[in-house]
Design a protein. Structure first.
Length: 273
């Protein structure tokens, strides 16, 4: 692994956070499939010679783009060792563990993509400037990032439900590394401009995600701050808290399926010629 500067994120994604997402690979890919499809369509818009997937996690998007493009080299990078270990179980796609903010890339990609993987940089201007070093002149950045948490109520339902029971849960700073780190379109445009990307465009994307109802307890106990907290509780306490959380998700459950709206930005930018 190359040097890293995102020490807090490295600790999270190489600890309980990363292990949870690694174990939940199939479930996460199922839930976020609409965003995978969006990025596959973006990759197929024009001929490509190389694709880099930043914050690739367990590699679902990387593999899907590789399958869609055939012989085009596709590479995934993530700071999370547990997730990269799972990603490497796939053949014919290269994955490596690194901090994309400082990794010494070669300019070999004409497309840099990310599905919710670029909101966690300690210094986003430096990170996006470094990602430019991976892009060929004229190369394209296509990423999806979450909009404001108030536009994504499903994602904060668990935290709101357990707030009276777990007052010490971490809160999100909208300008700090985290899921909503690029939720502000003005701040995101400023970051990309200062890092040297051009032709910057942010398009609002509203998609519905879904999972089978029977998967919801696993989803809630494995992912996010509530999931990590539940893993540290004794069995009786965990069962009581989980019941409270599950009741809060009743509005999203219909006919054996959990369906929920999501709100994101699709980022487009170019590496100058």
């Amino acid at each position: 692994m190359t040097a890293e500067v995102n020490t807090e994120q490295a600790a999270l994604w190489n600890g309980a956070g990363g292990h949870g997402w690694a174990v939940a690979r199939d479930m996460v890919d199922q839930v976020l499939r609409p965003y995978e499809d969006l990025l596959v369509r973006a990759a197929r818009e024009k001929p490509r010679t190389g694709v880099l997937d930043v914050g690739c996690g367990t590699g679902g998007v990387t593999r899907a783009i590789a399958a869609a493009l055939g012989d085009v080299p596709c590479v995934g990078v993530d700071i999370s060792g547990p997730q990269i270990a799972v990603a490497r179980e796939s053949a014919n796609v290269r994955f490596f563990q690194a901090d994309a903010q400082v990794h010494a890339f070669e300019p070999e990609f004409d497309l840099v993509v990310s599905r919710f993987g670029v909101m966690f940089f300690d210094d986003p201007v430096a990170a996006f400037r470094n990602l430019r070093t991976a892009a060929k002149p004229g190369g394209e950045l296509r990423a999806v990032v979450w909009r404001d948490k108030d536009e994504n109520p499903f994602m904060t339902t668990a935290e709101r439900a357990v707030a009276p029971l777990m007052p010490d849960l971490p809160t999100f700073d909208p300008d700090a590394p985290g899921p909503y780190g690029l939720a502000s379109p003005d701040r995101t445009r400023k970051i990309l401009g200062e890092s040297g990307w051009t032709a910057i465009d942010l398009r609002p994307v509203d998609l519905t995600c879904a999972m089978p109802e029977e998967v919801l307890p696993k989803y809630l106990t494995m992912l996010g701050p509530v999931g990590r907290a539940l893993q540290t509780m004794d069995e009786n306490e965990r069962e009581d808290v989980l019941k409270t959380v599950l009741r809060a998700f009743d509005p999203f459950v219909h006919n054996g399926e959990v369906r929920f709206p999501t709100a994101s930005w699709e980022i487009k930018a170019l590496m100058p010629l």
